[in-house]
Design a protein around this ligand. Structure first.
Ligand code: GAP
Length: 458
């Protein structure tokens, strides 16, 4: 299958089956925003729950946080985002449309890693690079990606702030609060999941480049001398989680980012890239931020964001390892990883081979025929029992049984349970496995333990 075709299939399936919709669709859409429908919410929740369990709840050295999206404008001046969080922008001189200069040059086949603004201008001039509409381009300049907003009824400079472009700063400004409340010893970390906003010049590629998206971030505070081994440790932890949630690891690549391409705060960065149909692009990042952020906030806030060294009794500013994960890019990479097409007995089918832990619906329950009250009644009993135990269980009596299987395959439901006439005699139901399409009879009494075991191992 062609890569572009695969992308179209994923986008169409995501809309048709209620995973992901264009934001503000009935008003023609709002660029860079997508809304998650019932199955998308469930998938996202499974991803976030798995991340939170592994990286926060199951550890003794991690603390959770949920900081405000709106923060004092001082935060963004201290962190360097007000000045340094920029992308290269270039304008079509005829239409006035704006583009990411680096993306245009990349699309034209130029290597732009590490190129400065003036080098990009030079490439455009020397090679007569035009806009996608084939018009001349203006000068490349920097564009700050933070989305500005105003707070309160008074119109003055103090009312201007930004929607956070990363969740990380919420963690740094709460460092002292967590230390004062819990007296943690180094190394320890603070984890947070939440929305972030960037005024991307050209949002594109479905949910890959959004203006509103969600991040899962850890700031892990370490003794400066141990940063390198902690970095390696977190690299492995990240890879382990990617595998756990079912990403196709053949499509995940580690890339060492060169000094000139690193963010302003980073002393070492690895990007985990993924083979999307539109190219190999960033999925997650792992950065060594040194003491950059805490030091900047100490300087600007005049607060002691430090920890007392237990041996020397001196105040030290911890260094930071930052594993960062985009939720939306995880959703996209996972959909691409689990999308399957196959032929069975001359019939083609599409299914999503989610691990059970990620599947938005765990089990679908159906009566073989929906116009037979005794079958429906029995199936409702089975449905209620499974729903109480496993939560995300769906009632499905639409169309014939073949259609129901296809529909459940397409949303990645691992098991379908069907109540038929034999059930009324022997209290057994048919359980159909999504991946193999094999069916087996299981007694209703044993259903809960049957599925509990299945879900434990997958
Ligand atoms: N605190 C560090 C930080 O924000 P980043 O590489 O700019 O680093 C972290 O962003 C992650 O957030 C990325 O690896 C990606 O998964 C996700 N992300 C960044 N920009 C995004 C966008 N415009 N749309 C969707 N996800 C995005």
């Amino acid at each position: 299958m062609k890569e572009q075709e695969l992308m179209q299939k994923i986008v169409s399936l995501a809309k048709r089956r209620g995973f992901i919709f264009q934001g503000s669709e009935i008003y023609g859409g709002l660029a860079g925003t997508y809304d998650y429908g019932p199955l998308g919410v469930s998938l996202k929740k499974n991803i976030k729950d798995s991340w939170w369990r592994k990286f926060v709840e199951n550890r003794t050295d991690m603390y959770g946080l949920d900081a405000s999206i709106l923060m004092s404008g001082m935060v963004w001046h201290a962190s360097g985002h007000a000045d340094g969080f920029v992308d290269p922008l270039v304008e079509d001189l005829v239409t006035g449309k704006r583009y990411r200069a680096d993306h245009l040059l990349e699309d034209a086949g130029f290597e732009i890693l590490g190129k400065t603004i003036s080098e990009m201008n030079q490439i455009i001039q020397e090679n007569n690079i035009l806009s996608p509409e084939k018009n001349p381009l203006g000068e490349v300049r920097t564009f700050n990606m933070m989305l500005q907003t105003k707070m309160g009824a008074v119109e003055d400079s103090a009312s201007h702030t930004f929607l956070r472009p990363e969740t990380a700063q919420g963690i740094f400004v709460n460092f002292k609060n967590v230390v004062d409340s819990f007296s943690p010893k180094l190394p320890f970390g603070i984890g947070q999941i939440g929305k972030a906003f960037r005024n991307e010049i050209t949002p594109r590629d479905f949910i890959f480049r959004l203006r509103e998206f969600e991040q899962m971030e850890i700031e892990y505070f370490v003794y400066p001398e141990y940063w390198s081994q902690e970095f390696e440790y977190w690299k492995d932890e990240m890879l382990e989680w990617m595998q756990e949630i079912g990403l196709d690891m053949n499509h995940v690549h580690e890339v060492e980012i060169s000094e000139e391409d690193r963010a302003h705060y980073s002393k070492r960065t690895i990007d985990f890239e993924f083979d999307y149909p539109f190219g190999r692009k960033e999925l997650y990042g792992l950065a060594y931020r040194g003491d950059y952020d805490l030091s900047k906030h100490i300087e600007k806030s005049k607060q002691r964001l430090q920890i007392l060294h237990p041996e020397t009794n001196e105040w030290i500013t911890p260094h930071v390892i930052e594993p960062t994960f985009g939720v939306d890019r995880t959703v996209l990479a996972l959909l691409l990883s689990v999308y399957q097409e196959e032929e069975i007995d001359g019939e083609s089918r599409v299914y999503l081979s989610f691990p059970s832990s990620m599947a938005p619906v765990k089990i679908a329950v159906s009566p073989l025929l929906r116009n037979k009250p005794d079958l429906v009644e029995r199936a409702q009993e089975v449905f209620a029992k499974l729903k109480q135990e496993f939560g995300n269980v769906m009632w499905d009596d639409n169309g014939n049984i073949g259609k129901r299987y296809r529909r459940q395959d397409e949303i990645g439901t691992p098991y379908c349970v069907v109540v038929d006439f034999d059930t009324l005699e022997n209290n057994e139901v048919t359980v159909r496995d999504r991946n193999t399409t094999k069916q087996e009879r299981v007694s209703i009494q044993k259903l809960n333990t049957y599925f509990a075991e299945k879900f434990e191992t997958k």
